[in-house]
Design a protein around this ligand. Sequence first.
Ligand code: FES
Length: 95
Amino acid sequence: MAKVKFPNDNVEVEVPAGTMLRDVVENNGVNIHFACGDGRCGACLVKIVKGMENLNQRTESEKRTLELLGAEPDKRLACQVKIEKNGDVVVENVY
Ligand code: FES
């Protein structure tokens, strides 16, 4: 299991590897919002404080959008993130 923490919302959950971050957010009332759902709009920008190595690689649309936003390397688009490995992941809201 992977332990995913959202310190801004005081949420901490364990999920199996392979879980989409969006599902974790929506199932636990975390204050991260989605719009396009496919990595184009940037609405779901988050900071990965810990555990980037436990996540999937950036998708092509995510890479393009993060570049347009001038996002730092610790940023991801939550709608494109899959938790691939067991381990801790800490996610902070940006908006
Ligand atoms: S919801 Fe649009 S990029 Fe994630």
